[in-house]
Design a protein around this ligand. Structure first.
Ligand code: SAH
Length: 258
């Protein structure tokens, strides 16, 4: 019996074996990289089958769908203790990984942004992520400043990760086919160990700036700008989409020094 695809869980099963292999191969074979790898949403195990063959990694899986979990337990040997049945977004990851681990998965598209925010919470323990997501989201994440799709996730992820576009995947590679194109990207943790500003304030500034992305920063950030603060600097004439990560850091510092 195959798993019946459930829309609410973002289930589109990849059926193209050569793409599945390419995704697993995109996870670098590097002796420096952690052996622990977490697969998010294994489904019927199209990636899992190649992951468990690699002798440079120790895979773990987290799957929310009971039917998929049963499928994996009956079709793959040695799953016990490696397969967590649960919601990745609610998982207390540190319970499973005391040390660094990598992440791989064909993410459920409806929660891919939430997955990235959760990965960011644990960024110092996650040096590498290989994932398939909706192509539009992949483009957004990988874009630099000055483009229409550059946004909150681009800035927050690019602050900590170098993002590489791996490949585009058409709807025909899945059952059932999604309505949109997909893309595989690889995120590799950069050298940054800390931001040169308060991290929480940085996130607030970035979110607020993009929430009203049509407005100049002067107007978009008005709510958090204290009375009397000098906003005559030309940076405040710009829109959020013009600013690089470092520009946002510099901008955040202006609000810190109050
Ligand atoms: N990796 C499989 C399935 C991809 S579909 C393949 O490529 O064919 C996305 C998978 O994520 C589904 O199996 C779905 O049940 C699972 N999933 C959805 N939400 C989840 C969550 N919050 N936590 C863990 N798994 C989730």
């Amino acid at each position: 019996m195959e798993v019946r695809a459930k829309k609410a869980l973002g289930q589109h099963f990849l059926t193209d074996q050569s793409i599945a292999r390419a995704i697993v191969d995109a996870l670098r074979n590097d002796p420096q990289a952690p052996r622990d790898v977490l697969e998010i949403g294994p489904g019927m195990g199209v990636l899992t089958q190649y992951l468990i063959k690699r002798d440079d990694i120790d895979p773990m899986m987290v799957e929310i769908d009971t039917e998929s979990v049963e499928y994996l337990l009956t079709h793959f040997a040695g799953m016990q203790g490696k397969l967590i049945e649960g919601d990745y977004l609610r998982l207390n990851i540190s319970k499973f990984f005391t040390d660094k681990y990598r992440i791989i998965g064909n993410f459920p598209y409806n929660i891919s942004s939430q997955i990235f925010f959760k990965i960011l919470e644990d960024k110092d323990k996650v040096p590498e992520v290989v994932c398939m997501i909706q192509k539009e989201v992949a483009d957004r994440i990988a874009e630099g400043p000055g483009t229409k799709t550059y946004g909150i996730l681009s800035v927050l992820l690019q602050a900590w990760y170098n993002i590489e576009y791996v490949l585009t995947v058409g709807p025909g590679a899945f059952a059932p086919p999604p309505k949109v194109k997909s893309a595989v990207i690889r995120l590799v943790r950069n050298e940054r160990t800390e931001l040169a500003c308060d991290e929480k304030l940085f996130k607030t500034v970035v979110k607020m700036a993009f929430n009203q992305r049509r407005k100049t920063l002067r107007n978009a950030l008005k709510q958090m700008t204290p009375e009397g603060m000098d906003t005559s600097d030309p940076v405040f004439d710009l829109r959020a989409e013009r600013l690089s990560v470092d520009d946002f850091v510099a901008l955040t510092r202006r609000f810190e020094q109050l």
